[in-house]
Design a protein around this ligand. Structure first.
Ligand code: NAD
Ligand code: ZN
Length: 355
């Protein structure tokens, strides 16, 4: 069966296009009684940017904290705040921030129209009802969360997305000016998420011409940004993130993401930095990609955290391996259908202990 997946229907791109958000939202409000929910990364709470958020008096602005990556419990809490705010549904939910905030916005828009806890929907196509109209405004680029059909959440049992057609944003606002002040390390690690999406997609068994077309362009843009340091790098990184996301939509990520999910679930290490820590150990699987990644680190003076798994108890290490191996399509994409013959728990343990 070929995957028949939904894509974002409206995209606006260009420096300063954030100024058009108010106009876009006004068209969605059918009456003055309607309101918009803004979920905004609290990194902007004391920045001048907050004055540019087009929240009107009836709207509901919620500052969200992403020091920890999104949890199902946090999504449920945010949803409850919206329910308590008004007896009717919002006309729109807008997420303004990095991948974590975009995922929170996706999840809240879904949970406003689907009963129960967000943890009940972690998996594939469990969502029954369409979400509230939802909009992404990325302020950090690399994850591809702005185009994907998932919202990655840490739940009581595992870190797993709510994957569904309804998860996909209705509108994406790509304004490269919004990513211009990201601190270098964060910019690099989230950017490497995109670079690794490209490597894993382009070297994977699931690759097809669709994924390759997007993946090769995203890879070229990543090289421009991180190796050649060409002009208009914010514009390019924003498009690399988008295209990288489109590439994996029709293929899959691979070993780095599988192991990084384990690190993140057990040690709370964020996605971009976790991927970088893992990728640096995967030369045997992705030799060219890892070499180029190290060159990029050197150019930008990035020092990876070391010994992150030192002293981790045996049962937690076992659980990390479980989390990684649970993600079967990622292994199959990387190593083919006979992947189980090529990776043992012992091998994964060695890899984790080197990180
Ligand atoms: P993030 O959203 O977790 O943010 C990282 C840090 O950067 C935070 O401290 C945040 O406050 C800060 N930040 C954001 N924008 C900023 C700006 N303009 N200036 C200064 N600081 C800023 O980082 P991320 O790497 O974009 O996202 C990681 C998350 O995305 C993880 O939770 C991961 O699971 C998720 N993810 C989702 C998908 C998907 O398809 N849905 C794909 C990959 C990753
Ligand atoms: Zn990723």
């Amino acid at each position: 069966m070929f995957r028949n997946f939904k894509v974002v229907s409206h995209v606006i791109f260009g420096r300063g296009c954030f100024n058009q958000l108010d106009d876009i939202l006004s068209k969605k409000k059918e009456s003055d009684r309607e309101f918009v929910v803004f979920l905004v990364d609290d990194v902007f709470e004391d920045k001048p940017f907050r004055e540019r958020i087009p929240a009107r008096s009836r709207d509901f602005l919620l500052w969200v904290n992403v020091d920890e990556e999104p949890k199902t419990s946090y999504v449920d809490e945010l949803k409850q705040k919206v329910v308590d705010f008004s007896d009717h549904l919002p006309a729109a939910v807008v997420g303004i921030g990095g991948g974590s905030t975009l995922d929170l916005a996706k999840a809240v828009s879904l949970m406003l129209t689907n009963p129960g806890s967000s943890a009940d929907y972690q998996g594939w196509d469990l969502i029954k009802n369409p979400a509230v109209y939802h909009v992404a405004v990325p302020t950090l680029s690399g994850t591809g969360a702005e185009v994907s059909r998932t919202t990655v959440l840490t739940g009581p049992d595992r870190k797993l997305g709510i994957n569904s057609d309804h998860t996909v944003f209705d509108q994406v606002v790509l304004d490269p000016e919004l990513i211009s002040d990201v601190p270098t390390e964060q910019w690099f690690y989230t950017g490497m998420d995109c670079y690794i999406h490209c490597v894993e997609s382009l070297t994977g068994h699931y690759l097809n011409a669709f994924s390759q077309a997007y993946g090769e362009k995203a890879m070229e843009l990543c090289r421009d940004v991180f190796l050649n340091q060409t002009s208009e790098s914010n514009d390019k990184l924003m498009m690399a993130s988008y295209f990288g996301g489109m590439s994996i939509a029709y293929s899959q990520v691979g070993i780095c993401h599988a192991l990084s999910y384990g690190l993140s679930y057990l040690l709370g290490i964020h996605h971009g930095i976790g991927n970088s820590i893992v990728f640096d150990q995967l030369e045997e699987f992705y030799p060219d990609g890892v070499r180029e990644f190290r060159q990029m680190m050197e150019i930008h003076g990035i020092e990876l955290p070391r010994n992150v798994t030192a002293g981790v108890e045996e049962d937690r290490l076992e659980k990390m391996i479980d989390v990684a191996l649970f993600l079967e399509p990622l292994w199959e994409n990387a190593l083919g259908v006979s992947w189980k013959q090529q990776v043992s728990r012992e091998r994964l343990r060695e890899l984790y202990l080197r990180m």
